[in-house]
Design a protein around this ligand. Sequence first.
Ligand code: MN
Length: 480
Amino acid sequence: MTSEEMMLRFMEYSPHVDPALLEKAYQVSKTAHASQARASGEDYFIHCEAVASTLLDFKLDLPSVCAGLLHDVVEDTPFTIGQLKKEFGIEIAQLVEGVTKLDTLQFTSRDEAQAANWRRMLLATAQDIRVIIIKLADRLHNMRTLQFLPPDRQQRIAHETATLYAPLAHRLGMFALKSELEDLAFKHLHPVEFADLERQVNALTAGREKALANFKAVLEKDLEGTGIHHRVLARSKSLWSIYSKMQRQEKPYSEIQDSLGVRIMTDTVANCYALLGVIHSEFKPVAGSFTDYISIPKINLYQSLHTTVVSPSGDLVEIQLRTEDMHRTAEYGIAAHWRYKTGEHATDAHLEEKLNWLRQWLEWLQDLKSPREFLESLKTDLELHQVFIFTPMGEVKALPSGATPLDFAFAVHTDIGMACVGAKVNNKMVSLDYALKSGDICEILTRRGSVPKKDWLRLVKTARARSKIRSYLREKGIVA
Ligand code: MN
């Protein structure tokens, strides 16, 4: 891509920002990396260009795209942070510095010291979420070109991607990126299984595509009758998500059913529900399959209506309904919200709120003392299978599935968690190891002066509750 093409792509979504700095970043990076080659033999600059291009896909702001072009100059060329500051200003220099620091850390689950470093760095750089987004774009291109590296480095990088970067992308709601990272890691970590599944999926695809096309034709006719503006996309599941499902259900691919899917985008929330009504009156929904992530969004901002229906040919088809805005959030996650901050459009009033949970989550991670706890909480908190629990006042809290009243108590307020002596769910007393279910109304009973017990550590699922309990017990010398 030429610098002109890059500037045109930027101006498409930021018509009022002068893109001159982009041209400069392009030339500086190209010159600085001029004598270097990638492991593939290509010019090194191809990599910088690819990272910037991903950031343009995300419609990120000018400093981010410039930093994407420049992200490796400090690490790999004589160019210094000081020079960057002088040439491009403090903001871009800081972004590059953040990415460079993350770069110098390697991570394997066997090495806890590295986990500690990684955590420290993540916390420091998370002050500016853009650093993480640039790093994810960097990792994406490295994963796309992983085959050129020696096998041991392929394994290390693929492992790190599957353990840390894909879950992080998921956490940030960046679904398209997450799926691609997962599939690329899958391919390198389990090459035999990957190739086998890919072959099976391709063999069945022809048949399934025909079934899907037939379903789409019937569906389109029904939806057109409504006069509601909409578009229908066929949707294919990523290989890794099919593979995980096969593992979870212990079934072969041929028995995995809802691998057919369509996605319907419309303009307003009201029209999402209107189209859902049309679909349910035409096709029989599968009992229990309907989930409303519009009225109760997922913790990573995801919103959609999900339902699975039986097609005229007897296939199960999973349908997702959402507005175009929700679609952008679903594909790009937090990156979709970032540019609103720059004031180009009406500011997104909820952005700070949305970023808050991430900061909070990282804060809780900071409370965890050992790297092992950190790794465990990464695993559990990043699992987005979650339940929604209501306070008696109707406020809703999202918790990981399996969460107990104690988790809920700490989610409401630390003081309530600390002084918890019992809990009622839907007006009945329950024990503190009760597994909460979505829709439960949970009331926490407290007594002044009551304190956390050691066995609570066994009862909680969330990093927040665990870290609060543990730090109390530690303070009292009850646990090490
Ligand atoms: Mn790089």
